[in-house]
Ligand binder design. Structure first.
Ligand code: SAH
Length: 401
């Protein structure tokens, strides 16, 4: 999944520039309405204030796509006194084509310039860039991964919108009921047989080359794999015996759990806050939620890797458990996108935008976009299938969680 999405020569995100929107393969919430990015800006400004309005802060977006969310966010918070004055913007993006798109969306120019200019051939080091999206210049840096962004720094606001669903998952299938305690052999006088590990009835689902040599197929591992030996028992133990006994399949995203734990470590040690938004849920884990999307339709995930988006729903329960293991970090939610955006002022923002709209068609477009963000799935909306989770230092409760 990681190779199919981010391989430098053949990955889906790394080699394509038309991924999002009507002409691309899928639509994300920031592309539906500017209100999403503006309300994430409200969340960021509230968290910056709650952190004591530090004169210097970092705003980090992980997986910014075309840069639409962060551009809307900067425009929305431009009037908050003191917030952007000492801020730097950091974009964590693996794809060179999307880094160039973000440069354009944010109206970037070279440091010292007052106007946008075309991106230099490499956005990674010098020359340094300045974004002009919020009406005031903000220094902006790109990173291929969070690892190159030092954790020790001023308080930092992290945003990850539809990023975790792109991280690779492991899938496990229950192939038999757990054998009776003591194994299947008879009890001997010398004592019971050793207890079989609880994962003995599970097999990892793997990707193999078809016997013909052409194309890929799903297989089950013939025995234990490193992941079934390590990740699976840990997660089954976290879920508890009652929940675990109900499962026939289980999908785990160790990269997502590690990402949430990294954010918790960062905000616990330097202050700030993180907001993870994605489609997924808390509560019961998923068994198999992997989908491949091309031109707005599902395609078989193994058919042509690198030519379609791959994503899996986010198990926010697992992210919360990962945060709970980090001393000083605390997770909040998940709450649905409808509750999150409603609590951050969606209705008020919509009214303000509608009042300033030039004509009825513009008002209709605003209402349609906002409605899609918060309406339930049964009405074609994203309001209950998309959720948000915040991560803060222990003892702080972010609005509107
Ligand atoms: N946040 C945007 C885009 C979501 S698509 C939106 O909601 O519209 C996923 C984004 O994450 C893309 O920008 C993709 O290039 C980036 N991405 C995926 N895997 C990544 C990885 N391992 N490291 C850094 N960025 C990654």
């Amino acid at each position: 999944m990681k190779e199919a999405l981010t391989n430098p020569h053949a990955g889906y995100y790394t080699t394509r520039d038309t991924v999002f929107g009507a002409a691309g393969d899928f639509v994300t919430a920031p592309e539906v309405s500017q209100i999403l990015g503006e309300l994430v800006g409200v969340w960021a400004a509230l968290e910056w204030t709650a952190a004591g309005s530090p004169p210097a802060c970092r705003i980090v977006e992980v997986g910014p796509g075309r840069g639409t969310l962060v551009a809307d966010m900067l425009r929305g918070v431009g009037h908050v006194p003191g917030f952007l004055g000492g801020a730097t913007l950091h974009l964590v993006e693996v794809s060179p084509t999307l880094r160039a798109a973000q440069w354009a969306t944010l109206g970037c120019g070279l440091e010292g310039s007052t106007t946008p200019s075309p991106p230099p051939p490499s956005l990674d080091g010098e020359p340094r860039a300045v974004a002009h999206a919020g009406g005031r210049p903000i220094p902006v840096r790109w990173h291929a991964s969070l690892a190159t962004l030092p954790p020790s720094a001023p308080p930092t606001l992290y945003i990850a919108h539809e990023f975790v669903d792109a991280l690779p998952v492991h899938q496990f299938v229950r192939v038999a009921k757990p054998p009776p305690r003591g194994g299947s052999g008879s009890i001997t006088r010398s004592g019971p047989l050793p207890r079989l590990p609880p994962t003995a009835a599970w097999r990892e689902r793997l990707v193999d080359v078809r016997p013909s040599g052409h194309g890929l197929r799903w297989v089950l591992a013939p025995g234990d794999t490193p992941a079934s030996r390590t990740l699976l028992p840990r997660r089954l133990a976290q879920l508890g015996a009652a929940e675990a006994s109900k499962l026939d399949a289980l999908e785990l995203c160790p990269a997502g759990a590690a990402f949430a734990a990294d954010l918790a470590y960062r905000v616990a040690s330097c202050g700030g806050s993180a907001l993870i938004m994605d489609y997924g849920r808390g509560g019961s884990p998923y068994g198999d939620s992997l989908v491949a999307l091309r031109s707005h339709g599902a395609v078989p995930p193994l058919a042509a890797p690198g030519t379609a988006d791959l994503s899996a729903r986010v198990d926010f329960g697992a992210l919360g458990d990962a945060v709970a293991d980090v001393p000083g970090g605390c997770s909040h939610g998940p709450i649905t996108q409808a509750v999150l955006l409603g609590g951050l002022g969606l209705t008020e923002r919509l009214h303000a935008l509608a009042d300033a709209a030039p004509d009825d068609a513009a008002v209709d477009a605003l209402v349609q976009g906002a409605t899609r963000l918060v309406a339930p799935d049964s009405q074609g909306g994203m309001g209950d299938t998309y959720v948000g989770m915040a991560i803060t230092p222990v003892g702080r409760k972010p609005v509107p969680f």
